[in-house]
Design a protein around this ligand. Structure first.
Ligand code: 2BA
Length: 107
């Protein structure tokens, strides 16, 4: 058995979890914070049988694909704050850790 820990953006979290549940995986959702940006993200943990590991990783990566998004941009100068062209930022993507599980007990 493996333990999959996937860190995804809050924006993608519900979609990833829905897809995992529909594929019969057992899921736990943790509210986490990225150490670099200090903004919220979601860590999803899934205990999976070895033969289902690839399928689990596929579901996560398919529903959290990295993409770009246009966000409003504001410039401040001595004349005040005004908006300019929106800027393109990267969102989404998943950071996935896979660990061996020594024991799995439901007591
Ligand atoms: P990502 O590499 O896609 O990482 C997204 C989030 O995944 C991270 O949020 C962190 O919560 C988690 N994560 C990634 N790699 C990890 C690891 N090896 N161990 C534990 N957790 C991990 P943030 O820390 O807020 O980072 C957001 C984004 O900022 C990162 O996106 C990366 O593009 C950049 N970044 C992070 N640390 C950096 C650093 N030391 N120098 C330069 N850029 C950094």
């Amino acid at each position: 058995m493996k333990l999959v820990m996937a860190i995804v953006s809050n924006e993608d979290a519900n979609k990833v979890i829905k897809k995992l549940i529909n594929s019969n995986f057992f899921v736990t959702k943790l509210a986490t914070t990225g150490g670099f940006l200090m903004s919220g993200n979601t860590t999803i943990i899934v205990g999976v049988q070895d033969d289902l590991l690839d399928s689990c990783i596929n579901v996560i990566s398919e529903s959290s694909k990295s993409r770009t998004k246009l966000v409003p941009n504001a410039i401040s100068s001595e004349f005040g704050i005004f908006s300019s062209m929106p800027v393109e930022v990267q969102v989404g993507g998943a950071t996935i850790f896979v660990m061996d599980v020594e024991q799995f007990i439901k007591a």
